[in-house]
Design a protein around this ligand. Structure first.
Ligand code: GLN
Length: 484
Protein backbone atom coordinates (compact mmCIF):
# COMPACT_ATOMS: atom_id res chain seq x y z
CA UNK A 1 0.00 0.00 0.00
CA UNK A 2 1.27 3.48 -0.88
CA UNK A 3 1.03 6.59 1.31
CA UNK A 4 -1.79 8.06 -0.75
CA UNK A 5 -3.72 4.77 -0.74
CA UNK A 6 -3.28 4.31 3.01
CA UNK A 7 -4.31 7.93 3.61
CA UNK A 8 -7.61 7.39 1.78
CA UNK A 9 -8.40 4.24 3.76
CA UNK A 10 -7.58 5.93 7.06
CA UNK A 11 -9.59 9.01 6.18
CA UNK A 12 -12.62 6.97 5.14
CA UNK A 13 -12.35 4.93 8.34
CA UNK A 14 -11.96 1.70 6.39
CA UNK A 15 -8.84 1.02 8.42
CA UNK A 16 -7.30 2.36 11.63
CA UNK A 17 -3.67 3.29 12.02
CA UNK A 18 -3.38 0.75 14.85
CA UNK A 19 -4.59 -1.99 12.49
CA UNK A 20 -2.29 -0.81 9.70
CA UNK A 21 0.71 -0.61 12.03
CA UNK A 22 -0.12 -4.03 13.48
CA UNK A 23 -0.21 -5.54 9.99
CA UNK A 24 3.21 -4.06 9.15
CA UNK A 25 4.71 -5.27 12.43
CA UNK A 26 3.41 -8.72 11.58
CA UNK A 27 4.98 -8.55 8.11
CA UNK A 28 8.27 -7.40 9.66
CA UNK A 29 8.39 -10.38 11.98
CA UNK A 30 7.75 -12.72 9.06
CA UNK A 31 10.20 -11.44 6.44
CA UNK A 32 12.89 -9.89 8.63
CA UNK A 33 14.74 -13.19 9.17
CA UNK A 34 15.35 -13.23 5.38
CA UNK A 35 15.73 -9.53 4.55
CA UNK A 36 17.39 -8.10 7.68
CA UNK A 37 16.65 -4.45 6.99
CA UNK A 38 16.02 -3.27 10.57
CA UNK A 39 18.62 -2.42 13.19
CA UNK A 40 15.83 -1.58 15.64
CA UNK A 41 12.09 -2.25 15.45
CA UNK A 42 10.29 0.35 17.58
CA UNK A 43 7.08 -1.67 17.93
CA UNK A 44 5.88 -0.16 21.20
CA UNK A 45 6.52 3.39 20.07
CA UNK A 46 4.89 2.71 16.71
CA UNK A 47 1.68 1.44 18.29
CA UNK A 48 1.58 4.44 20.64
CA UNK A 49 2.02 6.81 17.71
CA UNK A 50 -0.66 4.91 15.76
CA UNK A 51 -3.10 5.26 18.65
CA UNK A 52 -2.47 9.00 18.76
CA UNK A 53 -2.83 9.28 15.00
CA UNK A 54 -6.19 7.47 15.15
CA UNK A 55 -7.49 10.03 17.63
CA UNK A 56 -6.34 12.83 15.36
CA UNK A 57 -7.84 11.23 12.27
CA UNK A 58 -11.14 10.81 14.12
CA UNK A 59 -11.16 14.56 14.81
CA UNK A 60 -10.64 15.21 11.09
CA UNK A 61 -7.29 16.98 11.38
CA UNK A 62 -4.95 14.44 9.88
CA UNK A 63 -2.30 15.41 7.31
CA UNK A 64 -1.19 13.14 4.45
CA UNK A 65 1.40 11.21 6.50
CA UNK A 66 -0.67 10.78 9.67
CA UNK A 67 -0.93 7.24 10.93
CA UNK A 68 1.26 5.79 8.16
CA UNK A 69 4.36 3.63 8.85
CA UNK A 70 7.81 5.02 8.03
CA UNK A 71 11.32 3.66 8.58
CA UNK A 72 14.25 5.96 9.37
CA UNK A 73 17.85 5.25 8.37
CA UNK A 74 19.92 4.63 11.47
CA UNK A 75 22.17 7.66 10.95
CA UNK A 76 19.39 10.13 11.80
CA UNK A 77 18.96 10.97 15.46
CA UNK A 78 15.81 9.76 17.17
CA UNK A 79 15.15 10.93 20.72
CA UNK A 80 15.16 7.98 23.10
CA UNK A 81 15.76 5.46 20.29
CA UNK A 82 19.22 4.01 19.56
CA UNK A 83 21.02 5.60 16.59
CA UNK A 84 23.92 3.30 15.73
CA UNK A 85 25.09 4.32 12.23
CA UNK A 86 25.58 0.53 12.02
CA UNK A 87 28.88 1.07 13.81
CA UNK A 88 30.36 -0.52 16.92
CA UNK A 89 31.31 3.02 17.85
CA UNK A 90 27.69 4.08 18.38
CA UNK A 91 26.14 0.67 19.03
CA UNK A 92 24.52 1.87 22.26
CA UNK A 93 24.08 5.57 21.56
CA UNK A 94 20.65 6.94 22.48
CA UNK A 95 20.37 10.56 21.31
CA UNK A 96 18.59 13.08 23.53
CA UNK A 97 17.05 14.88 20.54
CA UNK A 98 15.38 14.29 17.16
CA UNK A 99 16.88 15.16 13.79
CA UNK A 100 14.82 17.90 12.12
CA UNK A 101 13.44 15.45 9.54
CA UNK A 102 12.32 13.12 12.33
CA UNK A 103 10.72 16.04 14.18
CA UNK A 104 8.87 16.95 10.98
CA UNK A 105 7.61 13.38 10.56
CA UNK A 106 6.42 13.49 14.16
CA UNK A 107 4.67 16.81 13.60
CA UNK A 108 2.86 15.12 10.70
CA UNK A 109 1.92 12.24 13.07
CA UNK A 110 3.82 9.61 11.10
CA UNK A 111 4.28 6.19 12.70
CA UNK A 112 7.97 5.37 13.10
CA UNK A 113 8.50 1.60 12.73
CA UNK A 114 12.22 1.59 13.50
CA UNK A 115 15.72 2.29 12.25
CA UNK A 116 17.23 0.77 9.13
CA UNK A 117 20.57 -0.83 8.47
CA UNK A 118 23.31 0.98 6.50
CA UNK A 119 26.96 0.74 5.61
CA UNK A 120 28.86 1.96 8.66
CA UNK A 121 28.55 5.77 8.80
CA UNK A 122 26.97 5.59 5.32
CA UNK A 123 30.28 4.60 3.69
CA UNK A 124 29.58 1.98 1.08
CA UNK A 125 27.32 0.74 -1.67
CA UNK A 126 26.00 -2.61 -0.42
CA UNK A 127 25.34 -2.54 3.39
CA UNK A 128 28.16 -5.08 3.65
CA UNK A 129 30.16 -2.45 5.56
CA UNK A 130 27.56 -2.47 8.34
CA UNK A 131 29.32 -3.59 11.53
CA UNK A 132 26.08 -5.28 12.59
CA UNK A 133 24.91 -7.45 9.65
CA UNK A 134 24.28 -7.35 5.90
CA UNK A 135 20.85 -6.62 4.44
CA UNK A 136 19.63 -8.90 1.64
CA UNK A 137 18.01 -7.80 -1.61
CA UNK A 138 14.35 -8.92 -1.52
CA UNK A 139 14.48 -9.69 -5.29
CA UNK A 140 17.27 -12.22 -4.74
CA UNK A 141 18.39 -12.84 -1.21
CA UNK A 142 21.91 -13.79 -2.32
CA UNK A 143 22.43 -10.24 -3.65
CA UNK A 144 23.05 -6.86 -2.05
CA UNK A 145 20.26 -4.27 -1.74
CA UNK A 146 22.71 -1.48 -2.60
CA UNK A 147 23.92 1.06 -0.11
CA UNK A 148 24.37 2.81 2.01
CA UNK A 149 20.59 3.17 2.56
CA UNK A 150 20.14 -0.52 1.72
CA UNK A 151 18.01 -1.26 4.77
CA UNK A 152 15.56 1.53 3.90
CA UNK A 153 15.21 0.50 0.24
CA UNK A 154 14.91 -3.24 0.97
CA UNK A 155 12.26 -2.68 3.67
CA UNK A 156 10.11 -0.55 1.34
CA UNK A 157 10.06 -3.11 -1.47
CA UNK A 158 9.66 -6.01 0.97
CA UNK A 159 6.49 -4.42 2.36
CA UNK A 160 7.93 -3.92 5.86
CA UNK A 161 7.12 -0.20 5.82
CA UNK A 162 5.11 2.10 3.56
CA UNK A 163 8.10 4.39 2.97
CA UNK A 164 11.49 5.27 4.41
CA UNK A 165 14.08 8.02 4.74
CA UNK A 166 17.62 7.67 3.49
CA UNK A 167 20.70 9.88 3.20
CA UNK A 168 22.74 10.39 0.06
CA UNK A 169 26.36 11.57 -0.04
CA UNK A 170 27.34 10.03 -3.35
CA UNK A 171 24.36 7.89 -4.32
CA UNK A 172 23.19 6.23 -1.13
CA UNK A 173 19.49 6.89 -1.75
CA UNK A 174 19.41 6.47 -5.54
CA UNK A 175 21.64 3.42 -5.93
CA UNK A 176 19.72 1.23 -3.43
CA UNK A 177 16.45 2.60 -4.87
CA UNK A 178 17.63 1.35 -8.29
CA UNK A 179 18.78 -2.00 -6.87
CA UNK A 180 15.48 -2.61 -5.06
CA UNK A 181 13.06 -1.08 -7.64
CA UNK A 182 11.72 1.78 -5.52
CA UNK A 183 11.67 5.55 -6.01
CA UNK A 184 14.54 7.43 -4.33
CA UNK A 185 15.15 11.18 -4.41
CA UNK A 186 18.25 13.13 -3.44
CA UNK A 187 17.05 16.71 -3.08
CA UNK A 188 19.15 19.78 -3.95
CA UNK A 189 21.87 20.44 -1.37
CA UNK A 190 20.24 22.76 1.18
CA UNK A 191 16.64 21.77 0.43
CA UNK A 192 16.31 19.47 3.47
CA UNK A 193 17.83 20.16 6.88
CA UNK A 194 20.77 17.99 7.88
CA UNK A 195 20.42 18.81 11.58
CA UNK A 196 20.60 15.54 13.48
CA UNK A 197 21.95 13.56 10.52
CA UNK A 198 25.24 12.04 11.68
CA UNK A 199 27.70 13.79 9.38
CA UNK A 200 29.72 11.84 6.81
CA UNK A 201 30.77 14.50 4.25
CA UNK A 202 28.94 17.69 5.15
CA UNK A 203 29.18 19.43 1.76
CA UNK A 204 27.65 16.40 -0.01
CA UNK A 205 25.18 14.85 2.48
CA UNK A 206 21.46 15.26 1.89
CA UNK A 207 18.38 13.45 3.27
CA UNK A 208 15.56 12.24 1.03
CA UNK A 209 12.62 9.84 0.63
CA UNK A 210 12.49 6.20 -0.54
CA UNK A 211 8.96 5.39 -1.63
CA UNK A 212 6.90 3.04 -3.77
CA UNK A 213 5.85 5.67 -6.27
CA UNK A 214 6.45 9.25 -7.35
CA UNK A 215 3.30 10.67 -5.73
CA UNK A 216 4.52 9.36 -2.36
CA UNK A 217 7.93 10.87 -3.02
CA UNK A 218 6.35 14.30 -3.54
CA UNK A 219 4.26 13.93 -0.37
CA UNK A 220 7.29 13.08 1.77
CA UNK A 221 9.35 15.89 0.27
CA UNK A 222 6.52 18.31 1.12
CA UNK A 223 6.88 17.25 4.74
CA UNK A 224 10.67 17.29 5.15
CA UNK A 225 11.84 20.16 2.90
CA UNK A 226 12.36 23.71 4.07
CA UNK A 227 14.53 26.08 6.04
CA UNK A 228 15.78 25.13 9.49
CA UNK A 229 17.65 27.66 11.61
CA UNK A 230 19.66 24.78 13.10
CA UNK A 231 21.26 23.99 9.72
CA UNK A 232 22.94 27.06 8.28
CA UNK A 233 23.23 25.37 4.87
CA UNK A 234 19.47 24.91 4.57
CA UNK A 235 17.89 27.52 2.30
CA UNK A 236 14.96 29.83 2.83
CA UNK A 237 13.34 29.29 -0.58
CA UNK A 238 9.64 28.56 -0.15
CA UNK A 239 8.59 24.90 -0.39
CA UNK A 240 6.02 24.41 -3.17
CA UNK A 241 3.40 21.68 -3.02
CA UNK A 242 5.39 19.07 -4.95
CA UNK A 243 2.26 17.05 -5.82
CA UNK A 244 1.05 19.93 -8.02
CA UNK A 245 3.65 19.29 -10.73
CA UNK A 246 2.66 15.67 -11.30
CA UNK A 247 1.17 15.60 -14.79
CA UNK A 248 1.46 12.86 -17.38
CA UNK A 249 2.40 15.15 -20.27
CA UNK A 250 5.97 16.07 -21.17
CA UNK A 251 5.28 18.34 -24.13
CA UNK A 252 7.87 21.08 -24.51
CA UNK A 253 10.27 19.48 -22.06
CA UNK A 254 13.90 19.27 -23.21
CA UNK A 255 15.82 16.18 -22.10
CA UNK A 256 19.53 15.57 -22.56
CA UNK A 257 21.30 12.20 -22.48
CA UNK A 258 24.97 12.59 -21.46
CA UNK A 259 27.04 9.93 -23.21
CA UNK A 260 29.66 9.76 -20.44
CA UNK A 261 27.16 8.04 -18.12
CA UNK A 262 26.96 5.02 -20.39
CA UNK A 263 30.35 3.95 -19.09
CA UNK A 264 32.60 1.35 -20.60
CA UNK A 265 31.93 -2.06 -19.12
CA UNK A 266 28.36 -1.33 -18.18
CA UNK A 267 25.93 -4.21 -18.34
CA UNK A 268 24.33 -4.27 -21.83
CA UNK A 269 20.84 -5.04 -20.44
CA UNK A 270 21.03 -1.87 -18.33
CA UNK A 271 22.02 0.25 -21.31
CA UNK A 272 19.20 -1.21 -23.43
CA UNK A 273 16.57 -0.75 -20.69
CA UNK A 274 17.54 2.89 -20.07
CA UNK A 275 17.61 3.75 -23.77
CA UNK A 276 14.17 2.15 -24.16
CA UNK A 277 12.92 4.16 -21.17
CA UNK A 278 14.26 7.39 -22.68
CA UNK A 279 12.44 6.48 -25.91
CA UNK A 280 9.29 6.32 -23.82
CA UNK A 281 9.92 9.87 -22.54
CA UNK A 282 10.16 10.95 -26.17
CA UNK A 283 6.80 9.27 -26.90
CA UNK A 284 5.34 11.19 -23.98
CA UNK A 285 6.18 14.47 -25.70
CA UNK A 286 9.69 15.36 -24.50
CA UNK A 287 12.32 16.38 -27.04
CA UNK A 288 15.41 14.27 -26.46
CA UNK A 289 18.97 15.17 -27.38
CA UNK A 290 20.87 11.87 -27.37
CA UNK A 291 24.26 13.48 -27.97
CA UNK A 292 24.99 15.54 -24.86
CA UNK A 293 28.53 15.59 -23.51
CA UNK A 294 29.63 16.40 -19.96
CA UNK A 295 33.37 15.88 -20.45
CA UNK A 296 34.42 16.24 -16.79
CA UNK A 297 32.20 13.33 -15.69
CA UNK A 298 35.11 10.84 -15.53
CA UNK A 299 36.85 13.10 -12.95
CA UNK A 300 33.92 12.88 -10.54
CA UNK A 301 34.96 9.60 -8.97
CA UNK A 302 38.45 10.87 -8.16
CA UNK A 303 37.13 14.22 -6.89
CA UNK A 304 34.59 12.45 -4.68
CA UNK A 305 37.16 10.10 -3.17
CA UNK A 306 39.31 13.08 -2.16
CA UNK A 307 36.56 15.38 -0.88
CA UNK A 308 34.32 12.82 0.87
CA UNK A 309 37.13 11.15 2.87
CA UNK A 310 38.64 14.56 3.71
CA UNK A 311 35.40 15.78 5.22
CA UNK A 312 34.83 12.38 6.84
CA UNK A 313 38.22 12.44 8.53
CA UNK A 314 37.33 15.80 10.10
CA UNK A 315 33.78 14.79 11.04
CA UNK A 316 34.81 11.47 12.56
CA UNK A 317 37.55 13.03 14.71
CA UNK A 318 34.87 13.60 17.35
CA UNK A 319 34.72 9.87 18.18
CA UNK A 320 37.51 9.84 20.73
CA UNK A 321 35.91 7.74 23.45
CA UNK A 322 35.21 10.84 25.56
CA UNK A 323 32.17 12.51 24.06
CA UNK A 324 30.07 9.84 22.34
CA UNK A 325 29.49 6.13 22.20
CA UNK A 326 32.08 3.41 22.66
CA UNK A 327 34.94 4.10 25.02
CA UNK A 328 37.88 1.76 25.54
CA UNK A 329 38.88 1.67 29.19
CA UNK A 330 42.23 0.80 30.76
CA UNK A 331 45.32 2.68 29.66
CA UNK A 332 46.80 6.11 29.36
CA UNK A 333 44.66 8.85 27.83
CA UNK A 334 46.31 8.39 24.42
CA UNK A 335 46.04 4.64 24.58
CA UNK A 336 42.34 4.83 25.40
CA UNK A 337 41.75 7.18 22.51
CA UNK A 338 43.70 5.00 20.08
CA UNK A 339 42.04 1.78 21.18
CA UNK A 340 38.59 3.37 21.06
CA UNK A 341 39.13 4.18 17.40
CA UNK A 342 40.90 0.91 16.68
CA UNK A 343 38.03 -1.23 17.97
CA UNK A 344 35.13 1.16 17.34
CA UNK A 345 35.60 1.73 13.59
CA UNK A 346 35.43 -0.88 10.83
CA UNK A 347 37.92 -1.30 7.97
CA UNK A 348 36.18 0.94 5.41
CA UNK A 349 35.76 3.81 7.87
CA UNK A 350 39.44 3.59 8.79
CA UNK A 351 40.38 3.55 5.12
CA UNK A 352 38.41 6.76 4.55
CA UNK A 353 39.90 8.46 7.61
CA UNK A 354 43.42 7.61 6.44
CA UNK A 355 42.74 8.78 2.87
CA UNK A 356 41.22 12.02 4.14
CA UNK A 357 43.93 12.75 6.67
CA UNK A 358 46.54 12.19 3.98
CA UNK A 359 44.77 14.44 1.44
CA UNK A 360 44.46 17.24 4.00
CA UNK A 361 47.97 17.05 5.42
CA UNK A 362 50.19 20.12 4.99
CA UNK A 363 52.43 18.80 2.23
CA UNK A 364 49.62 17.38 0.09
CA UNK A 365 46.73 19.78 0.59
CA UNK A 366 47.39 21.75 -2.61
CA UNK A 367 48.04 18.68 -4.70
CA UNK A 368 44.91 16.77 -3.66
CA UNK A 369 42.24 18.61 -1.70
CA UNK A 370 42.62 22.00 -3.35
CA UNK A 371 42.87 20.44 -6.81
CA UNK A 372 39.74 18.36 -6.13
CA UNK A 373 37.85 21.50 -5.11
CA UNK A 374 38.86 23.19 -8.36
CA UNK A 375 37.68 20.25 -10.45
CA UNK A 376 34.49 20.24 -8.37
CA UNK A 377 33.82 23.78 -9.61
CA UNK A 378 34.35 22.66 -13.21
CA UNK A 379 31.88 19.80 -12.79
CA UNK A 380 29.33 22.12 -11.25
CA UNK A 381 29.73 24.67 -14.06
CA UNK A 382 29.32 21.94 -16.64
CA UNK A 383 25.92 21.06 -15.13
CA UNK A 384 24.90 24.75 -14.99
CA UNK A 385 25.74 25.07 -18.67
CA UNK A 386 23.84 21.91 -19.61
CA UNK A 387 20.76 23.15 -17.76
CA UNK A 388 20.70 26.27 -19.92
CA UNK A 389 19.79 23.93 -22.78
CA UNK A 390 17.95 21.08 -21.08
CA UNK A 391 15.29 20.84 -18.36
CA UNK A 392 16.50 17.41 -17.25
CA UNK A 393 19.32 14.96 -17.90
CA UNK A 394 18.60 11.24 -17.93
CA UNK A 395 21.10 8.44 -17.19
CA UNK A 396 21.23 4.95 -15.69
CA UNK A 397 21.36 4.98 -11.86
CA UNK A 398 24.01 2.24 -11.80
CA UNK A 399 26.07 0.50 -14.45
CA UNK A 400 24.81 -2.94 -13.34
CA UNK A 401 21.98 -4.80 -11.65
CA UNK A 402 22.47 -5.76 -7.97
CA UNK A 403 25.63 -7.81 -7.46
CA UNK A 404 26.16 -10.84 -5.24
CA UNK A 405 26.87 -10.48 -1.55
CA UNK A 406 30.63 -10.90 -1.16
CA UNK A 407 31.39 -10.18 -4.82
CA UNK A 408 33.08 -6.80 -4.27
CA UNK A 409 33.93 -6.65 -0.56
CA UNK A 410 37.58 -7.41 -1.08
CA UNK A 411 37.98 -4.90 -3.89
CA UNK A 412 37.18 -1.37 -2.67
CA UNK A 413 37.87 0.16 -6.09
CA UNK A 414 35.27 -2.08 -7.76
CA UNK A 415 32.84 -1.14 -5.00
CA UNK A 416 33.54 2.59 -5.51
CA UNK A 417 32.79 2.15 -9.23
CA UNK A 418 29.19 1.13 -8.55
CA UNK A 419 28.47 4.82 -7.84
CA UNK A 420 29.98 6.35 -11.00
CA UNK A 421 26.59 7.55 -12.23
CA UNK A 422 25.43 9.06 -8.95
CA UNK A 423 28.56 10.76 -7.49
CA UNK A 424 28.72 13.72 -9.92
CA UNK A 425 25.27 14.84 -8.80
CA UNK A 426 26.35 15.35 -5.16
CA UNK A 427 29.50 17.10 -6.32
CA UNK A 428 27.35 19.61 -8.23
CA UNK A 429 24.68 19.74 -5.48
CA UNK A 430 21.81 19.32 -7.95
CA UNK A 431 18.73 17.12 -7.32
CA UNK A 432 18.24 13.67 -8.87
CA UNK A 433 15.71 10.87 -8.60
CA UNK A 434 15.97 7.16 -9.36
CA UNK A 435 12.84 5.36 -10.54
CA UNK A 436 12.13 1.75 -11.54
CA UNK A 437 12.79 1.35 -15.28
CA UNK A 438 12.93 -2.36 -15.99
CA UNK A 439 14.41 -5.72 -15.05
CA UNK A 440 17.15 -8.00 -16.35
CA UNK A 441 16.67 -11.65 -15.38
CA UNK A 442 14.33 -10.61 -12.59
CA UNK A 443 16.76 -8.03 -11.17
CA UNK A 444 15.82 -4.32 -11.02
CA UNK A 445 17.18 -1.51 -13.18
CA UNK A 446 16.94 2.14 -12.10
CA UNK A 447 16.78 5.27 -14.26
CA UNK A 448 18.23 8.52 -12.92
CA UNK A 449 16.65 11.89 -13.76
CA UNK A 450 18.76 14.94 -12.88
CA UNK A 451 17.52 18.55 -12.61
CA UNK A 452 19.04 21.95 -11.99
CA UNK A 453 19.35 23.37 -8.47
CA UNK A 454 15.94 23.49 -6.75
CA UNK A 455 14.12 22.05 -9.80
CA UNK A 456 12.74 19.06 -7.89
CA UNK A 457 9.38 19.78 -9.53
CA UNK A 458 10.78 19.17 -13.02
CA UNK A 459 12.36 15.81 -12.21
CA UNK A 460 9.28 14.69 -10.28
CA UNK A 461 7.17 15.59 -13.32
CA UNK A 462 9.34 13.54 -15.69
CA UNK A 463 9.38 10.65 -13.22
CA UNK A 464 5.63 10.77 -12.79
CA UNK A 465 4.90 10.82 -16.51
CA UNK A 466 7.15 7.78 -17.02
CA UNK A 467 5.57 5.97 -14.08
CA UNK A 468 2.06 6.57 -15.47
CA UNK A 469 3.11 5.00 -18.77
CA UNK A 470 4.77 1.90 -17.27
CA UNK A 471 4.14 -0.55 -14.47
CA UNK A 472 7.62 -1.49 -13.26
CA UNK A 473 6.90 0.18 -9.91
CA UNK A 474 3.95 -2.14 -9.34
CA UNK A 475 6.05 -5.32 -9.45
CA UNK A 476 6.93 -6.73 -6.05
CA UNK A 477 9.33 -9.52 -5.12
CA UNK A 478 8.08 -12.77 -3.65
CA UNK A 479 9.71 -13.41 -0.31
CA UNK A 480 9.03 -16.65 1.50
CA UNK A 481 7.62 -15.74 4.88
CA UNK A 482 9.19 -17.64 7.71
CA UNK A 483 6.85 -17.41 10.67
CA UNK A 484 8.81 -16.98 13.87
N1 GLN B 1 28.91 4.66 -1.99
C1 GLN B 1 29.41 5.98 -1.77
C2 GLN B 1 30.45 5.95 -0.69
O1 GLN B 1 30.79 4.90 -0.29
C3 GLN B 1 28.28 6.90 -1.41
C4 GLN B 1 27.79 6.71 -0.05
C5 GLN B 1 26.68 7.64 0.32
O2 GLN B 1 26.04 8.24 -0.53
N2 GLN B 1 26.48 7.80 1.62
O3 GLN B 1 30.94 6.92 -0.23
Amino acid sequence: MTIHEAHQLLKNKQLSSVELTGAYLERISRVEPEVRAFVTVTDKLALEQAQKADELIASGHAGPLAGIPVLVKDNMCTRGVKTTCSSKMLENLVPPYDATVVARLNEGNAVIMGKSNLDEFAMGSSTENSALFTTHNPWDLSRVPGGSSGGSAAAVVAGETVYALGSDTGGSIRQPAGFCSVVGLKPTYGRVSRYGLVAFASSLDQIGPLTQDVTDCALVLNAIAGYDYRDSTSVTYPVPDYTQCLTADLKGLRIGVPGEYFVQGMQPEVETAIKTAIGKLEELGASVDWEVSLPHTPCALAVYYIIAPSEASANLARYDGVKYGFSYQGGSMWEEMEKTRQYGFGAEVKRRIMLGTYALSAGYYDAYYLKAQKVRTLIRREFDLAFEKYDALVTPTSPSVPFKIGEKVDDPLQMYLSDVCTLPINIAGVPAISIPAGFADGLPIGMQIIGKHFAEETILKVAYAYEQATDWHKRKPEISETAQ
